[in-house]
Design a protein. Structure first.
Length: 297
């Protein structure tokens, strides 16, 4: 981040304000801030890029569509679903108009729109967009197994929320099979698939089956997570790399809460770790919130 900011300072001094070199650096700063979950700061930079693109390179349609998508991603993370949907649809309109064929960018935007619709509980609409995205992925990127599995899982989620358990189970199982066959080292995704299937079987009152899948998830959790995450986070904490440490603690906490929600000591310790990092980042109100959650447990 520091290097990007220094580069921008130099470029602003020597390049004209309409230079797209400036826009590229501003865009990179936005990406860094987004990855650090500093959404308000990130969106400020993306708006600057969008303004420059529209003023100085109005025919750079695809680049403009990417920036619209980046803004949509931030608004989605902030829970501003209507605004996010607006930006995703603007991006999709440009991509459908100017891409020569059904490009993967279109598939990604359709998936993003589906996620927004799902968050708004418009499940039929969400499934419609997910299926359009899936069709493009299957036709033009059939070997992009991770993306295909993600979309299958998203469809499964929408069906699950509608309590269409048999249909949801089918999509979860398809996603899980792809991940086991082609993405076996991605333990988080496989873990999520197993937990999703276990939840379905539980809700179908197929308790023995639910326990079987939950136990498979627990084996992966014990072998790979969250102890690796906690250990890495502890090292990053000592290095004062608080943003990275926070990310690993949050991943560990998510797995604890999904796989071992009754292991209250580990859950509480995870909340304390997150609170400690937030305190060191001087985010005192957020830190207090996590410490209070730990005390309740």
């Amino acid at each position: 981040m520091e290097y990007h900011e220094k580069a921008l300072e130099i470029q602003e001094k020597y390049y004209s304000t309409n230079s797209m070199i400036l826009a590229d650096t501003i865009n990179r700063i936005g990406h860094v801030l987004y990855n650090e979950k500093k959404y308000d700061a990130a969106i400020h930079y993306y708006y600057r890029v969008l303004s420059m693109q529209k003023r100085f390179c109005p025919n750079s349609y695809i680049q403009i569509s990417y920036t619209l998508t980046f803004i949509g991603n931030i608004l989605y993370e902030q829970g501003e679903y209507d605004d996010a949907l607006q930006y995703y649809r603007k991006s999709l309109f440009i991509q459908e108009k100017y891409h020569e064929f059904c490009h993967v960018d279109i598939a990604e935007n359709l998936n993003f729109i589906g996620l927004v619709q799902c968050s708004q509980k418009n499940y039929d609409e969400a499934i419609h967009y997910f299926q359009r995205s899936l069709a493009i992925q299957n036709e033009f990127r059939p070997f992009s197994y991770d993306n295909i599995a993600t979309i299958l899982s998203n469809i499964g989620n929408a069906l699950y929320y509608q309590r269409k358990y048999d249909k949801a189970l089918d999509f979860y199982q398809r996603a899980h099979k792809l991940r086991e066959n082609f993405d076996a080292t991605n333990h988080v995704h496989i873990l999520n698939s197993l937990i999703s299937i276990a939840n379905i079987r539980r809700d179908q009152k197929q308790y023995d089956d639910a326990i079987k899948f939950q136990q498979q998830a627990l084996i992966i959790q014990k072998e790979h997570y969250p102890f690796d995450h906690v250990n890495i986070a502890a090292i990053l904490n000592k290095q004062r790399k608080y943003n990275e440490a926070l990310d690993f603690y949050q991943q560990a906490q998510e797995i604890h809460e999904k796989c071992c929600p009754l292991n209250l000591i580990d859950v509480a310790n995870g909340l304390i770790n997150i609170g400690d990092i937030l305190n060191k980042q001087e985010k005192y109100e957020q830190a207090l919130e996590f410490q209070q959650k730990a005390l309740i447990i």
